[in-house]
Ligand binder design. Structure first.
Ligand code: ATP
Ligand code: MG
Length: 365
């Protein structure tokens, strides 16, 4: 069995658009920081995109390429990290079916992230059977690679909790691991699957540029909710989106005396996240509280801050857009490596499940 010399991580994205600032602080920053010290797998979960847009396959295909281009533009290096396409790794699907037996149906339907997505994406009761199935599939997306750590934003924690439950149940049922074993010791105790650890980003949940959602709370920045600033947005688009951003409608006008609360104005969350000039932010927040500074000034500064962050990413992106074959090559290379590892996991899982009859009949290049 392959023993990684470095800790292994897995994380990824659904190709329902391009990467945005929420991805950057929620997960991409961690990926970049871990690229050297960890063996990295980054999945582009194209099957999951079909949960909400099965009528738009071409768009999903485009988005796979856009996300891979975003990875490269951010500095993910295909020589150090494996970026791959979910649907090209069949072992993940095969594990999904076995894992689906380890999760009670009601347990999956109680998953709060699924409930939030149904509400915020307006899916009503029209969503396909495959929608809740994606959360089960995600446990296989992860465990197929037996990673120690999964860098994600806060919305993914319920999915990761289900993944931890699947790993424990599998290891207890099929590998004879004692249920009293500490989570960190499952593999040492003979389990196939590690009880994975989430690794949250610097910002767990960046809000979007729009107003509150149906429950009155500010929605997270999301590809699907038309409230995102994309890493590939040009400077003018960033300007337009920031100047049109939702702010606190009840805030006291700059000319009024009294207190305005920076907590209620998402502009400050953006400055706290992205503005490297902490002294400016503290000083201006104080002025804001006293009604001495208006939203427009804060927004203008934010445009500058974001464009400074995004410009090098845009430049690298333009280079990769000229070289689509390099993007595909990076995906191919990562997908071959992903198949090697996922096939090994599947073979070991089938042994543990006592369903290892004829060996693998698939041929892999
Ligand atoms: P969709 O709207 O299609 O669900 P998304 O914008 O939520 O797209 P995902 O592909 O579902 O993006 O998420 C990819 C990763 O980015 C996950 O780890 C998720 O937790 C993280 N992430 C997404 N949005 C945010 C955000 N606003 N703040 C922090 N992390 C985020
Ligand atoms: Mg999402």
């Amino acid at each position: 069995m392959s023993q990684p010399s470095k800790p292994r991580i897995l994380t990824g994205d659904t190709p329902t658009g391009k990467l945005h600032l929420g991805h950057y602080v929620g997960s991409v920053e961690n990926r970049l920081a871990l690229q050297d010290s960890c063996e990295c797998y980054f999945i582009i979960a194209n099957k999951h995109a079909f949960t909400t847009r099965s009528d738009r396959p071409e768009e999903i295909r485009q988005s796979v390429i856009e996300i891979a281009t975003d990875y490269l533009a951010c500095g993910i290096d295909p020589d150090r990290s494996n970026m791959f396409i979910q649907s090209e790794v069949p072992a993940i699907d095969e594990l999904t079916f076995f894992f689906a037996m380890l999760l009670p149906f009601n347990r999956v339907m109680r998953n709060p992230t699924l409930k939030d997505e149904i509400r915020d994406k307006g899916l009503g009761d029209e969503y396909p059977f495959g929608f809740p199935l994606y959360a089960v599939g995600q446990t296989a997306d992860i465990l197929a690679f037996r990673p120690e750590m999964v860098p994600v934003g806060e919305d993914q924690l319920p999915h990761l909790e289900m993944t931890r439950e699947v790993a424990r149940r599998f290891d207890q049922l099929y590998c004879g691991v004692d249920p009293h074993t500490d989570d960190k010791d499952y593999v040492k105790a003979g389990g196939l699957f590690p009880v994975i650890q989430p690794k949250l980003g610097r910002v767990k949940r960046l809000v979007g540029t729009g107003g509150p959602g149906p429950d009155g709370n500010l929605l997270k920045m999301s590809k699907s909710l038309n409230n995102a600033i994309f890493l590939s947005d040009d400077a003018d688009t960033v300007h337009r989106k920031v100047m049109g951003m939702y702010t606190d409608p009840k805030r006291i006008r700059a000319t009024d005396p009294g207190e305005a609360d920076p907590e209620k104005n998402p502009l400050w969350a953006f400055h706290e996240t992205f503005n490297p000039d902490k002294a400016w932010v503290a000083e201006m927040q104080e002025a804001y509280r006293r009604g001495k500074v208006g939203d427009v000034a804060i927004k203008k500064r934010l445009v500058e801050v974001l464009n400074a962050l995004l410009e090098p990413i845009r430049q690298r992106r333009r280079q990769y857009e000229q070289r689509p074959d390099d993007v595909l090559d990076a995906l191919r290379k990562g997908t071959i490596q992903a198949n090697r590892l996922a096939e090994e996991t599947l073979a070991l899982a089938k042994q543990a499940l006592r369903q290892d009859y004829f060996g693998r009949t698939l041929t892999m290049k």
